[in-house]
Design a protein around this ligand. Structure first.
Ligand code: S3P
Length: 437
């Protein structure tokens, strides 16, 4: 159990300077999973040394994979090949990490051993039927709790999984990735169609390891005939971590910041599109490609934002950025309306309710709806809010301090360490007056 941490942010300030935020969480998870199953030694640079990605790393160590690091973001994985994992000696504890649990459930369904996946209170209350139901159609045997939650008891069905076609009812990269990983062990073809584009790091990274994945429109297909060959992976900075500063630099007067080497995969850049629609001044500089993923430096300067109706097609492309986008909305002239974002209710916390509660405590006119929120331009006040152990909510309310008229206290912030342990240091370096107790 991590110690409890409370953040206190003093009002006002500008953000100025140049930083590099830590590595992309989604890619860090996948680099360990695929590097472990590859033949040969994979070197990863830019790995996110934070609790969530470390949960994945420790899980593979527990399954017999020798992994060195992380040291300064470098990890060396001695791949054991597609069929080389060993039975873990005890349940795999995955902390707060939904990505670890959902992707591993697919990957482990076709192994020659049984295992159990557990997590913290938040993770063990999140929906897992979205993966266990399609996996069952493939022949997997996974026992959940009565309401479909973890712990997951996975019975290894090596050689017995069958490929299926699955039309995903929700736009979820975790579900898609889970099924593609299971498809590596299933007879015949496994194909997944998504109702809207979601992050495609699994498909890109599988290709990078030489494993054939066919992409046709909104469908990705895989079979069990491929193999993974070790490679070099350069993980760019996480746009989901950069997002706090994209908003902070926009709402704080006199700000001018540059965020270096940020991943700008088009399935992740919804936050830039939404902020630009709101009038933000964000420049995408030095666009380049690094290891199959587009990367750029992002320069953001203060701007007067205006309220918008957020286009629903951008929702899955900015799914993790709404806590801080709600803060942007409070600072934007007029009214901002979010719809089509029901998924926010089943993230690390119910991000619609928890953000609405906190914003209201701070005097913001924020009305939660079933699938989104309506936020009116408001002066952000002072007060004490509760992040409910949700890292992105803790960081979003820290950024709100830039436009508050008094201090904000944010409770239960230890989980910032799940995705962005350097947040306080980098934010204060840029000019946010943030301390922790
Ligand atoms: C992720 C997918 C998203 C996202 C999560 C990371 C991934 O979840 O919210 O933080 O790495 O595949 P969903 O697939 O549930 O939308």
């Amino acid at each position: 159990m991590s110690q409890s941490i409370t953040f206190k942010v003093q009002p006002g300030g500008s953000l100025r300077g140049e930083i590099r935020v830590p590595g992309d969480k989604s890619m860090s998870h996948r680099s360990i999973m695929l590097g472990s199953l590859a033949e040969g030694v994979t070197h990863v640079r830019g790995f996110l040394n934070a609790e969530d990605a470390m949960s994945t790393l420790e899980a593979f160590r527990a399954m017999g994979v020798e992994i060195e690091g992380p040291v300064n973001g470098e990890v060396t994985i001695h791949g054991v090949g597609k069929h080389g994992l060993k039975a873990p000696q005890k349940p795999l504890y995955l902390g707060n990490s939904g990505t670890s649990m959902r992707l591993l459930s697919g990957l482990l369904a076709g192994q020659p051993f049984d295992c159990v996946l557990t997590g913290d209170k938040s993770l063990e209350s999140r929906p897992m039927k979205r993966v266990t139901a399609p996996l069952a159609q493939m022949g997997a045997e996974i026992e959940t709790q009565e309401n479909g939650t973890a712990p997951l008891h996975i019975k290894g069905k090596a050689g017995k999984l069958k490929g299926i076609h699955y039309d995903m009812p929700i736009a979820s990269a975790q579900v898609k990735s889970c099924l593609l990983l299971a498809g590596m062990y299933a007879e015949g073809e496994t194909s997944v169609t998504e109702p809207a584009p979601t992050r495609d790091h699994t498909e890109r990274m599988l290709s990078g390891f030489g494993y054939p994945v066919v992409r046709e429109g909104s469908t990705a297909k895989i079979n069990n005939q491929g193999k993974l060959t070790a490679t070099e992976i350069d993980v760019p900075s996480d746009i989901s971590s950069a997002a706090f500063f994209l908003v902070g630099g926009s709402i704080a007067p006199d700000s001018d910041i540059t965020l270096k080497h940020v991943g700008i995969n088009p399935t992740r850049t919804g936050v830039i599109d939404i902020l630009r629609l709101m009038g933000a001044n964000i420049e995408v500089l030095n666009e380049r490609e690094v290891g199959g993923e587009p990367v750029a430096d992002l320069r953001v300067r203060s701007a007067q934002l205006k309220g918008i109706a957020i286009p629903e097609h951008l929702v899955p492309l900015a799914i993790d950025e709404f806590p801080v986008l709600f803060v942007a909305a409070a600072c934007a002239e007029g009214k901002t309306i979010l719809t089509g974002a029901k998924e926010l209710r089943v993230k690390e916390s119910d991000r619609i309710q928890v953000m609405a509660d906190g914003l209201q405590i701070l005097g913001v006119d924020a009305q939660p709806t079933e699938d989104g929120m309506v936020i009116q331009n408001s002066q952000i006040g002072s007060g004490e809010v509760d992040s409910h152990g949700d890292h992105r909510i803790a960081m979003a309310f820290s950024i709100a301090g830039l436009r508050a008229n008094g201090p904000i206290t944010i409770k239960d912030c230890a989980n910032v360490n799940t995705s962005f342990p350097e947040f306080k240091q980098l934010a204060t370096q840029l000019g946010l007056n943030l301390s922790s107790i």
